[in-house]
Design a protein around this ligand. Sequence first.
Ligand code: WQD
Length: 345
Amino acid sequence: MKKPGILVTGGTGYIGSHTTVELINAGYHVVIIDNLSNSNVAVLDGIEAITGVRPDFVEGDCTDMATLEGLFEKYTDIKGIINFAASKAVGESVQKPILYYRNNLNTLMNLLECMGRFGVDGIVFSSSCTVYGEPDVNPVTEQSPIKPATSPYGNTKQISEEIIEDVIHSGAPFKSIILRYFNPVGAHPSALIGELPNGVPQNLIPYLTQTAIGIRKELSVFGNDYPTPDGTCIRDFINVVDLAKAHVIAVERLVENKCLEPVEIFNLGTGNGVSVLELINTFEEATGVKVPHRFAPRREGDIIQVWADPRKANEVLGWKADTSLADTMSSAWKWQLALREKGIM
Ligand code: WQD
């Protein structure tokens, strides 16, 4: 039976593009809407090269209701939405809170309003482990307490989850699955798509691979005096393709009406806490490439340690992040080499 259309907002972004590949591989018709504020339309070429299918693409902003209405009037087979479109730099959000609240919250509210009008069955929301703040206990489960946000970015994720709960409990004719990511890393094994940060990378892996290839002089490890075994922060680094596959399972669960509750929440992580130093060592062992690095002062707002208990996603979704960190680091390095080959970076 023909599979429905899935709207992927922010689909030319890092996680959105990898999810689009997996949706197409699973036989879905994908429509991407993206305002290209933090991504490049050439990503569509990479998706097509991998899958043989070019997704439908609308260059537009989800904060503009008329744009969304036009999209749903054109693509009448859309039954599911995966919402990635959001501003997502923690530091920038502290400088520009109104931009973050307006973009991230208006996007979501517009989508929710369209779903009832255009008969969409479900929305997968891209949330983040940032809602847990500094957990009292690791690993964190979906029942771990939500802590006050430490940035407007994190707050938009918490408020978005509350908006979804309230709208659906008001009797909206659709359901939602909220996915709380830990730290997405790596690239598609083809090295045809990957993370493409604008300017100086804020996140660890792109900065690390740019240092390894010589674009950056050295990697600053932000703090080695934390109360952890080697003094550096601990995170749950999850392969982006494994993460993308969880989105296909989630949207399938929605459009095939398999959800057990109107709103389901899942932690998407590996369940392994890895320190920044351990990650650097894993990269060097996996690639044979040294990463010049030095210890620098702590970065304000950093969580000391957070990693997932992914059992609920493992058992209910039948999904597991099973790509090794070594293979994930190799994929990140292969992607950085491909960018140099293409003269992009
Ligand atoms: C990881 C660790 C840094 C850069 C954030 C958001 C999260 C999600 C992912 C959007 C930290 C250290 C980093 C560097 C370093 N964002 N680090 N040197 O902060 O865990 O998560 O990005 O979806 O919601 O909160 O990710 O990669 O920035 O940092 O030492 O040059 O690496 O201190 O301990 P983070 P990150």
